[in-house]
Design a protein around this ligand. Sequence first.
Ligand SMILES: [Zn+2]
Length: 163
Amino acid sequence: MNPCPCGYAGDSSGKCRCTPDQIRRYQEKLSGPLLDRIDLFVTVAALPAETLLKLDNAKAETSAQVSSRVSAALQVQYRRQSCRNSILTAQSLDAICQLTDQNRQLLATAATRFGLSARACHRVMKVARTIADLSGNEKVESENLMEALGFRDGLVNQPSAFS
Ligand SMILES: [Zn+2]
């Protein structure tokens, strides 16, 4: 989804002329309960064509490398809980994420600050568990939780999140 009707809100080009009110109305087309069901929000800045052409593919992970990392993470999940992280119940999430008190506090603070629902918090925990699995971490580290919270910043960065 675009950040605003013209698609340029937040872009460094300054092309966006949408009013805060237009942006809010545009974003409200997606209801809260629907947004709650989305796992990852990623803000992607528009790149000029010349930059895209110059991107160094040699440094990027190949699809085969990513695929084997994902397979390994899935194996870890099946071994630990006999299912994928994405279908964990709220009850089993606590036992499987085993957040430290500090991380629990971090999540609670973020939830209050950004108005995350309980459902959204559970999504963040599942994403954090998955990031930890992809990184080969046995426990969910605070950096995994921070990264998972970062995937909700599509919402957090929207002007309407603070109005
Ligand atoms: Zn705009």
